[in-house]
Design a protein around this ligand. Structure first.
Ligand code: FES
Length: 114
């Protein structure tokens, strides 16, 4: 299992491994490593926003909502130290990972949304 250290925000804030990619999300409910691919059809969950007044994230493509507490529980093992996070990623048949930038919705970038 690859162990990868990447930026919490800004340049190189996204790990790409095979068909999967991950960012560090900071919400008012907790912080966690989030898969950027929506399980529905691969929409960009890094751009998801909260439903008004609720703790569910809404995918920007087809507006399916996901409980943020479920997403936190399903997050990858990770630890944040300062502006870096180290995460254990799932095996991807020996694929190398790359780092790149992905924008984050305010709801996932530590900005209060209520
Ligand atoms: S791709 Fe996310 S709801 Fe369809």
């Amino acid at each position: 299992m690859p162990v990868v250290t990447f930026a919490v925000e800004g340049r190189d804030n996204c790990v790409v491994l095979g068909d999967s990619s991950y960012v560090y999300a900071r919400t008012e409910y907790g912080s966690f490593v989030l898969s950027t691919r929506c399980p529905h059809r691969g929409g960009p969950l890094n751009l998801a926003e909260f439903e008004p007044g609720r703790s569910r994230l809404v995918c920007p493509w087809h507006e399916r909502a996901t409980s943020v507490t479920k997403a936190i529980k399903a997050g990858l093992p990770a630890v944040r130290r300062g502006d870096r996070v180290t995460a254990v990623l799932p095996d991807q048949d020996g694929s190398d990972y790359t780092l790149e930038h992905r924008p984050l919705a305010p709801a996932l970038a530590g900005c209060r949304t209520t």
